[in-house]
Every structure is written in structure tokens, then in C-alpha cells.
Write a protein that binds this ligand. Structure first.
Ligand code: ADP
Ligand code: GLC
Length: 486
């Protein structure tokens, strides 16, 4: 089964969030199940300079404003997954991030940058660019890759099927409608049953309308995005696809996230030998300048993009209650300057009890997750969420809002779940400080009983959210779309 994955970021080369983790791990897991998987990626410097053994497959241009474009095939460092790199220096070779300049403004030519990515993927899928390999199925991730589905649909002779995965419906890739002319698509595509969205042009809608099947990253989010509350204005489009929308949970890459093998930790540990977990807690407190006078005081951690999605305003509101109960808080995150300033002020006002690291730092994220007792994920919406899965694996109990993938992966420590030994964390419903405070209080009370807390940790660590299960779900879907037997 030949499958081409199209995406704008990939761990460990370019990452702004969980999308990169998925694109890094899923192709490897699919390959382990026998699929012949390749990636196609934009040639930002961090990708074009890192993919190994590149050979030029074809040179093209000018296209989408780029005078010279080379499509190169190489292999991902670390994973050996074959990757096509779209080397278009005019569009991709620059500093800053994949979507934004260093000052946080969107790149003004994002339309061209991600139209080219989709165009390349569709033409690769159409067998036009690489005579030696043609996928049977194209799998596009989020709006940056979504135009691949439209370009594929624009070619009547194309039998290649497509899957579009929504990682986050809130980021849609909207552009002024007059830019449509740059895309080289028939006019019929710029209608309300196409990519037109309230007078604008929506890349996300291209994926939702033209893919053969839509997936998202948890079963609950798949249901939520069909509702007005979570549909970000696209719930009608989602509903119109009926049964062609499904949810497949993300997994954890156990080669990257494993407390027993994590070389960046102060001490490695496992469910059978939890002593090392306390050493990580002590080391994290020291690193963050947190008061070490009461070693048993519970330590809550946050590792997150600072955006409205993540519900961190609730953490700020619940902070006095958290501190009153003798707990401490460490926050690692960057993004929204208002949230960053608020956490920084909280850290200054509560020295030794609250600490902030406003940095994107992969190694530190491992230390925060390993060293905390509880990982806080109070999101307003969460398509899947990976940090709670990393928390489970590291015996750092997730405290989550019951939405999206958080609802699907964390079992609240209510009486029944505790009795039956199923509990793995704490969940609350209302997006209010009071509801979060009540959950924090329950977690602090549970933490005060070391025996039963250790039982919770062991249950959490025994959960299997490996990529194998998720990849099997994708393989079954691919087979169905290709009309093959299970
Ligand atoms: P999202 O993709 O919405 O940001 P996820 O929970 O799916 O949420 O994935 C977030 C990923 O980004 C995780 O791998 C997490 O460890 C990582 N991450 C978030 N913030 C930081 C940070 N400041 N430094 C390092 N890694 C971070
Ligand atoms: C998005 C979502 C997150 C999900 C990730 C990977 O960034 O916000 O919930 O885990 O994509 O699918």
C-alpha cells in the first residue's frame, strides 16, 4: 500500500506543536505495518539542510512566484522514512517560523507557499513528477496541506484517493478571495460548495470538501466539530460529509517519550521502580528555583503553547486556590504575550512557589513532564492533545478538561473508577475557575495519600497509547478507501 503524507512540519526538524510529533511518528508506525509511506515537505532550511541523501527528481518553475523549484527525494534523519523536499528557495528559504516571521506576523505569501506544497503533492500523486513511485493514496494534514485534495480533485482522470486529517479546526488558512486567481484552479472551485468561505478563500475547506475521507485526531473531537460550539463556522460542512468523518486517536512515540530510556532526565524510572520520579521532581524544583522545604508538596506542571485554546486563563484564576493548598506550579510555554506577562507576574508575586520558563525547549519539556506530579491541560477545546499522553507515560497524572481527546484518554478518579482500578487522572467539565479549583482540590487530596497515588501512577503508566494501535486504524481506513479486504 503506497501512501504519500503531506504536511508543513515534522519532528524533530520543524515543530510548532503536536502536528509535528504526529507527522514524525505516524509514517514510521505505518511502515512497521507494511505500508510503503513517503512524506512531502516544504524545503525550509531546517528540512532542506537535514534530509539525508537527497537526489533531484525533477526541476520546475516558475510556479506560485518561485522562479526555480527542485523536487528532491531523500530520507528523514533518524527514521529512514523517504521524504520529498520541495526546494523552492524563494518561498521557503528564510529565517523565522514555518508560518510566521520572527515578529509573529503571518508570512504574506503563505497562500503561495502552501498552494505549492499541495500542488506538488497532488502532481506526485498523479504520477507526473516521479516516474519511479506513485502513491495509491494521499494523506494531507491540516490546512497547510489541504490544497492537495483540491488539486487532486481538479484532475478528472485521477483515481488516487485522499484522506484529510484535521489536527485543529481553529487554524483555517483564510485568504482574500481575489487571491484565488493565483491557484490555477477552475472557477467552479471558488463557490460555496468549494473553497469559498463567507467571501474568503479557505484552504481548510478544500480539505473538508475534496478529500475522499476526513479524519480527526480523536473520536470525541470528530463528534464535536459537527456542532456549532466546536465547528469554528465549518460544522455545516462537516455535517454534510456524514459518515465520511471519523476520529483516530494519536499515539505516543515511545522512542522519544519513555521515562525508562530518557537520557535527558535526572534519573530514569519505570512503573516497577518509581524512586527516580522523585529525583526528577527535586531536580526540577532546583532548576526552576522552587522552594524545596516541603518535598512532598504537590507540583503541578504546564507544557503548552500559550493560546486561548489551552484554557490557561483558568489556571491563572485558580492559582490562589492552588497555592492555598500548599501546591506549586511550573509553567513552560510561549506564545500570547498577555498570557506570558500574566504568568511572569504570578511567578514574581509568588517566588519559590510559581515558576515560568517562556521558552520553546524540547529537552526542558521532558524534564517538566517527568518532574511534575500533575500535568495540567484545562483546554477549552483539544483535538487530541499529546502532553496528557506523555504525562500518563511518565506517571504524571493529567488533570484535564473533559473535551476532545482529553475526554478520550484520561479516566477521572471518581469513586467507581478508583474502586475498579481504572482511574488515571482528574477531569472536570465547566470551563470555569471554580470547576478547575475543585479538580485541583481533588488532586491535592489524592496526592496526600502516597499509597493510592502510586497506584494511580502505575495505572496511568500501564495505558497503551502507542502508535501501533492508531496506525492500525489508519491502515484499516486506507484499505476500505482502496476497496481492499481487511
Ligand atoms: P498542540 O499541538 O495544540 O500545541 P499537543 O498537546 O498536541 O498540543 O502538542 C504539543 C506539543 O508541543 C507537545 O509535544 C509538547 O511537549 C510540545 N510543546 C508545547 N509547548 C512547548 C514548549 N514551550 N517547549 C517545548 N515543547 C513544547
Ligand atoms: C493540534 C491540536 C492537538 C493535537 C495535535 C496533533 O495541534 O491542537 O490537540 O494533539 O494537533 O494532532
Amino acid at each position: 500500500m503506497r501512501v504519500l503524507h503531506v504536511a508543513a512540519e515534522v519532528f524533530p526538524l520543524v515543530k510548532t506543536g503536536g502536528l509535528a510529533d504526529v507527522v514524525g511518528a505516524l509514517p514510521q508506525a505505518l511502515a512497521r505495518q507494511g505500508a510503503d509511506v513517503r512524506l512531502v515537505l516544504p524545503g525550509y532550511p531546517a528540512i532542506a539542510d537535514a534530509v539525508l541523501h537527497q537526489k533531484t527528481i525533477v526541476e520546475l518553475g516558475p510556479l506560485f512566484g518561485a522562479g526555480r523549484i527542485a523536487l528532491r527525494l531523500g530520507t528523514m534523519p533518524h527514521s529512514q522514512v523517504p521524504a520529498y523536499v520541495v526546494d523552492a528557495p524563494w518561498l521557503y528559504r528564510r529565517g523565522g517560523g514555518p508560518y510566521q516571521a520572527a515578529d509573529g506576523s503571518e508570512w504574506p505569501d503563505n497562500l503561495q507557499r502552501f498552494a505549492l506544497l499541495g500542488w506538488m503533492a497532488a502532481h506526485l500523486a498523479g504520477g507526473e513528477l516521479d516516474a519511479s513511485w506513485q502513491p495509491e493514496l494521499l494523506h494531507a494534514h491540516d490546512w497547510h496541506a489541504a490544497m492537495a485534495c483540491a488539486y487532486l480533485a481538479a484532475h478528472p482522470a485521477n483515481a488516487v484517493r485522499s484522506v484529510f486529517t484535521v489536527h485543529n479546526l481553529a487554524y483555517q488558512g483564510l485568504f482574500p478571495s481575489h487571491e484565488f486567481a493565483r491557484l490555477g484552479l477552475p472557477h467552479s472551485f471558488m463557490q460555496s460548495h468549494g473553497v469559498e468561505y463567507h467571501g474568503q478563500l479557505s484552504f481548510m475547506k478544500a480539505g473538508l470538501k475534496y478529500a475522499s475521507h476526513i479524519t480527526t485526531v480523536s473520536p470525541t473531537y470528530a463528534r464535536e466539530i459537527a456542532t456549532h460550539e466546536f465547528g469554528c463556522g465549518l460544522d455545516g460542512v462537516i455535517r454534510s460529509r456524514g459518515g465520511e468523518v471519523s476520529g483516530i486517536l494519536n499515539g505516543v512515540d515511545g522512542t522519544v517519550w519513555d521515562p525508562a530510556g530518557d537520557s535527558g532526565l535526572a534519573a530514569r524510572y519505570s512503573a516497577a521502580d518509581l524512586a527516580g520520579k522523585l529525583r526528577n521532581k527535586a531536580a526540577l524544583r532546583q532548576e526552576m528555583g522552587l522552594d524545596e522545604a516541603k518535598p512532598s508538596a504537590p507540583l503541578f506542571g504546564v507544557v503548552s503553547r500559550l493560546t486561548a485554546q489551552k484554557g490557561l486563563d483558568l489556571v491563572l484564576a485558580a492559582l490562589p486556590a492552588l497555592l492555598r493548598q500548599g501546591a506549586q506550579l511550573v509553567v513552560q510555554g510561549s506564545g500570547d504575550p498577555v498570557l506570558e506577562a500574566a504568568f511572569s507576574a504570578a511567578a514574581h508575586a509568588n517566588p519559590g512557589q510559581v515558576a515560568l520558563r517562556a521558552a520553546y525547549d524540547e529537552a526542558l519539556a521532558h524534564r517538566v513532564i517527568a518532574g511534575s506530579d500533575v500535568i495540567l491541560v484545562p483546554s477549552r477545546f483539544e483535538p487530541c492533545g499529546l502532553t496528557q499522553l506523555y504525562g500518563l507515560r511518565y506517571g504524571t497524572l493529567p488533570l484535564v478538561r473533559r473535551v476532545g481527546g482529553l475526554a478520550d484518554t484520561v479516566v477521572d478518579a471518581d469513586e467507581a473508577a478508583l474502586r475498579e482500578g481504572r482511574a488515571t487522572g482528574f477531569a472536570f467539565d465547566a470551563a470555569t475557575p471554580a470547576a478547575l479549583e475543585a479538580a485541583i482540590e481533588r488532586a491535592v487530596r489524592a496526592h496526600a495519600q502516597p499509597e493510592s497515588w502510586r497506584r494511580l501512577m502505575r495505572t496511568a503508566m500501564a495505558q497503551d497509547f502507542s502508535w501501533n494501535g492508531s496506525a492500525a486504524g489508519y491502515v484499516a481506513l486506507y484499505r476500505r478507501l482502496l476497496g481492499r479486504r481487511e
